[in-house]
Design a protein around this ligand. Sequence first.
Ligand code: M7G
Length: 354
Amino acid sequence: KNLHALIQRFKFKRVLDSNPQTKVLSLLGLIDNKDAIITVEKTHFIFGQTKKTDPESGRNTPIFYQCEDEYSCINGIEDIRQISAHDIYYWGLSVLRQNLTNNPTAKINLIWPANFIHIKKYDQQNLHLVKETPDMYQRIVKPYIDEMIQGNNLAWVNKILYEDAESDRIIYKDFPQDKDASDPTALKKENGLIILPDTNWDGINLDSLYLVALTYRDDIKSLRDLKQCDQAWLIELNRKIKSVIPACYNYAIHADELRIFVHYQPSYYHFHLHIVHVRQPGINSGMALGKAVLLDDIIETLNYMGPEGFMRKTITYSIGERHDLWRRGFDKEVELQLERDGIPKVPNIVNEFD
Ligand code: M7G
């Protein structure tokens, strides 16, 4: 399992997506004749290191301050070529000091062998806003989720929860044990939680912190399954995450700087939470309105929904044309909904003037 060796065997097929704003490039290719997706993302700038004050200073509570090191943005400028200057404005290009440990250039993700669901996810595509009614959920989405779960889609989650995958990277773990049972091995999935760095994070820059919290409960596939009776569990998860994460990062990040949310639709149907620094602008529109639903809002909304919770709600979000749900009937439903809402159809656009 060597990333470098695999990338060297990568044979380029086509560009899936290229985003100059997020500085992310996704390529499709082949490694040993099997589809591979490489995503390259330029890392954010380092402008300081967080240091703790000397404990000898006599204070009980440590103070953290930013200090510059040789890789900090300005110190790290090795070369500059000016493009132009006039009046009070100057601009040019530069080379910054780079180093694999302290200031890497880019984060590289590889999915290999990639299946068609992965490829469709990364492929640039038109997006549509859909209003998913409870009825559409039952008819179209639920069968899709059941199929996804039958497939191998959740292998990575189960490997982390039960087979020690990425165990060296785990930040926090609550064992799924029944705290009240006399048998200490009694499993109580509600109590289990693992928090670890998301593959979206470079692991260096706290401003782009991105963690994922996996719960042990497997009865909740998505937001849709959350009911009023889960509210207390969610409140406890929220409390735990906001207490534990700042402490794990020496309080260089605070509880009110954590954006905690779920995706709907997610890619993986096992209940998990995204924990992201509030400064992080989002990756692949993962923070888009509708797609990301804040945990605090979920908890609050459950007060007003009745015992069946989100099962009764119409949920509006955006979905790509290549997503399976689009072709399984969302396309037709959207057309019907627009008609029902009295939105005029797209007229035949005439481009020629006679
Ligand atoms: P999602 O909302 O189901 O899908 O979130 P998304 O990818 O459309 O956002 C799943 C989250 O788990 C994403 O933020 C992924 O980056 C992250 N993730 C996916 N995989 C396969 C792994 C993995 O193997 N390890 C870790 N640590 N995170 C992963």
